[in-house]
Design a binder for this molecule. Sequence first.
Ligand SMILES: Cc1ncc(COP(=O)(O)O)c(C=O)c1O
Length: 397
Amino acid sequence: MISEKMIRMTENGSAIRAMFEEGARMAAKFGRENVYDFSLGNPNIPAPEKVRQEIVRIAAETDPMELHGYMANAGYPEVRARVAASLNRRFGTAFSEDNIIMTVGAAGGLNVLLKTLLNPGDEVLVFAPYFLEYGNYVSNFDGVLKAIPANIEGNFQPDAEALRAAVTAKTKALILNNPNNPTGVIYTAETVKAIAAVLEEKQKELGTSIYLISDEPYRELAYDGKEVPYLTKYYRNTLVGYSWSKSLSLPGERIGYAVIPSECDDARLIFDAAVIANRILGFVNAPSLQQRVVAECLEESADVAAYDRNRKALYEGLTEAGFECVYPDGAFYMWVKTPGDDREFSENAKKYNILVVPGTSFACPGYVRVAYCVSLDMIIRSLPAFRRLAADYGLSK
Ligand SMILES: Cc1ncc(COP(=O)(O)O)c(C=O)c1O
């Protein structure tokens, strides 16, 4: 028999699989062009041409023994130094290669950091709505995830007062995801300052270290010149998990990095332990070819303007249909209020071949997430279906 923990995970996993299968079944029945699948956060914009060129060039020019061999578990020192230099230039930080560990995407980085920090029973806080995988990552190390309810009145900016009420002596970390999946909201500098002040206050009061883990795979996807605060500048005990899955449209390549700033409590110990965690979780090191590729593409980004066009078209279409949406400043998700139960709404949407994810899957019922990392053409074709769905709920204007 498999482990009890995995029995529960397998049950949850089958719900996600069911969603995939539903999309495939609908496409077979109605034709792919008649199915409006907004369920996945899989970038639809190709990686920049420079990524392909560098893959080809590096594969052609590098000695294969060097290119494909093992390396330091933290990653190539020169790649880490270049990542540090890029962060320093963009955010005014003072990192070196000794603050950077190359990871297997953000998911790999978060697991490394949580393995490094957590004792069984330690609490990890998160603001709802949140990426539900956090619960699994925390449970991997027998931690306890505690969700702070969504601040709906505050337009989904995290509420520092609610954080104050949630921190206990067992709180080891707070995960903050900015720009946010699923709301598309960017947490402002003001919000971040308020969170940092509460964490500082609680550390003093409790005599503990509380780490702020910044999960930022969507950092580069910000619209209208909106700033995404760099958290290490606001709070000393910040650790960062970054990934190129979304910014360079490379989710299958599994490449990212973690930042462990020198000013953190126990910084050296955390760095050394995280390198070991990277190894013994079975990652060993981040993919060697992709480390070299991203080092050459630090100035590159996927075509954010295309997501921006999708954002505007979808927002306009859905609000015209009568839906209430949070206007997203970042990522590629639209957070839409549902008239009535969100799971029922998602089921009803399928009648019009629309696939969306209920807010319950992000610990925030009453909303659905519409992922607009799809073609603009599909968004436009889907709008009559959304209008019919709105009409069913008596929403149409
Ligand atoms: C909020 C958030 N964190 C982490 C991840 C994992 O990203 P990666 O592909 O870099 O592991 C995702 C992926 O969708 C995400 O949405």
